[in-house]
Design a protein around this ligand. Structure first.
Ligand code: UD1
Ligand code: CA
Length: 449
């Protein structure tokens, strides 16, 4: 069966009180709409059609080719919204899933369950329903004496008896494609001046076509985001879903309630995440690591058996067996090579600390390439900025940089060289040489003193 999805995202989301379109508000690090898009894509195997309206340019820019787009210039209701996809999808599929962009917790399993139930039935459409004691804002599912679905009636046009119904329309549909595109233009204008997609239920029944209903087992999936309070509820639900996933995959979370892992992060087995830790963006963490407590890792690659303690890492790389902290800051382009150690109060930007090299205390490396087995003494600074330009520092293998050295870039320290404590190094240092002083000069060989 050829399956495709239409996702409605044209509404303004007035109750968010925001200049950002509702569907672009971030949720666990991703725009709200991306959840509906990704879930639909996994179920159908093709990019869904997104019906856009308010803020359409920004929505397109955010999602790019992850979706196909049709424009609904005026928001004349959910039925009218789906109609905008008709021309694009006519003849393209056997069944059409319709979901709303503001329901990020809806799972792939629920959609698959609907598709299966639909394909087993001869229904014109299958709807997802939920039973809830608080029906406010939902369409009511009307059944006949035999329990067959007869209609979905919007709250605004309910009779008092219908208003008392507790089976509600969740807002997820699976349509027979041919029937949908033929009948959607026939949806009447409601007394409220909108074309309701839900009127398709009554239309099918009037034609003698049965309507199938799937009862949603987990109503937490159906949370629709209308306000920032809903957004926080969804954030909490999604975070705990993600945390559970990683725990089941072999990652220890010492305190899941204070652990924040974006949906885009991956973590290897037997890694332990300590409390108050944020793993964000496209971060990849290997196995056997200890991350946290109190750390933020954004868009980083961390190898196996690494440790991160009370540190902030952004767009950086840590190779296997390297460690950082407490109180380290890796900025964009920083790399700790295999076995490297960066200790208390260090900062690195666009720099590499070579294999086995150590930078234990109070140092800054900017635009610096450090070789293997180098010791960076306490308080060492690469003076990489002359007020206008950035300059590079190169430190070759086996160098010993004495405490409180200032390396005024551009500068190169040759293999095995040493700088004395407090040196201000303004010229290249030859391999094996010892320099000291301000400005640093080569120590004369013993005997000539
Ligand atoms: C809808 C259902 C209701 C269901 C509820 C579940 C209809 C008529 N009603 O009501 O039965 O119980 O969802 O949450 O479908 N949208 C457009 N263009 C439009 C109108 C809406 O793209 O012209 C989009 C909105 O951006 C939103 C979604 O469709 O993402 C749902 O619209 P909304 O107005 O929130 O429908 P509800 O009143 O919640
Ligand atoms: Ca809604």
């Amino acid at each position: 069966m050829r399956l495709t999805a239409v996702i409605l995202a044209a509404g303004q989301g007035t109750r968010m009180k925001s200049t950002t379109p509702k569907v672009l508000h971030p949720l666990a690090g991703q725009p709200l709409v991306s959840y509906a898009v990704d879930t639909a894509t996994r179920v159908t195997g093709v990019a869904p059609v997104l019906v856009v309206g308010h803020g359409s340019e920004r929505v397109r820019a955010a999602l790019g080719d992850r979706a196909r787009y049709v424009m609904q210039a005026e928001q004349l209701g959910t039925g009218h919204a789906v109609l905008q996809a008709r021309e694009l999808l006519l003849g393209q599929a056997d069944a059409v899933l319709v979901t709303y962009a503001d329901m990020p917790l809806l799972t792939e399993q629920t959609l698959r369950q609907m598709v299966e139930a639909h394909s087993r039935s001869a229904s014109a459409l299958t709807i997802l329903t939920v039973v809830n004691e608080d029906p406010h804002g939902f369409g009511r599912v009307v059944r006949d004496a035999a329990g067959r679905v007869q209609a979905v009636v919007e709250e605004a046009v309910c009779t008092p008896e219908q208003r008392a119904i507790r089976e509600l329309n969740a807002g997820v549909y699976c349509f027979d494609a041919i029937w949908l595109w033929e009948n959607l233009p026939r949806v009447p204008l409601s007394p409220k001046g909108e074309y309701y997609l839900t009127d398709m239920v009554g239309l099918a029944i009037a034609q003698g076509r049965p309507v199938n209903a799937v009862l949603c087992a987990d109503e937490s999936e159906l949370l629709g985001i209308n306000t920032r309070v809903h957004l926080a509820e969804a954030e909490a639900a999604l975070r705990s879903r993600i945390n559970r996933y990683w725990m089941e995959a072999g990652v220890t979370l010492l305190n899941p309630a204070t652990t924040c892992i974006d949906a885009t992060v991956t973590i290897g087995q037997d890694t332990t995440i300590w409390p108050n830790t944020y793993l964000l963006g496209r971060t990849v963490i290997g196995s056997g690591c200890r991350i946290g407590p109190g750390s933020m890792v954004q868009d980083c690659q961390i190898g196996d058996d690494c440790a991160v303690t009370l540190s902030v890492l952004e767009h950086a790389v840590m190779e296997d067996d390297s460690n950082i902290g407490p109180f380290g800051h890796l900025r964009k382009g920083a790399r700790l090579c295999r076995g490297a150690h960066m200790g208390n109060f260090g900062e690195m930007k666009s720099s590499t600390l070579g294999p086995g090299s150590k930078m234990g205390h109070f140092s800054y490396l900017g635009d610096a390439q450090i070789g293997a087995n180098v010791n960076i003494g306490a308080g060492t600074i690469t003076c990489n900025f002359d007020g206008v330009h950035k300059h590079a520092t190169v430190i070759e293998d086996d160098v010993f940089i004495g405490s409180d050295s200032m390396l005024v870039a551009p500068v190169r320290i040759g293999q095995g060289a040493r700088t004395g404590a407090g040196s201000v190094v303004t010229h290249d240092v030859p391999a094996g040489a010892v320099v000291y002083g301000v400005p640093a000069r080569v120590k004369r060989p013993t005997g000539e003193q």
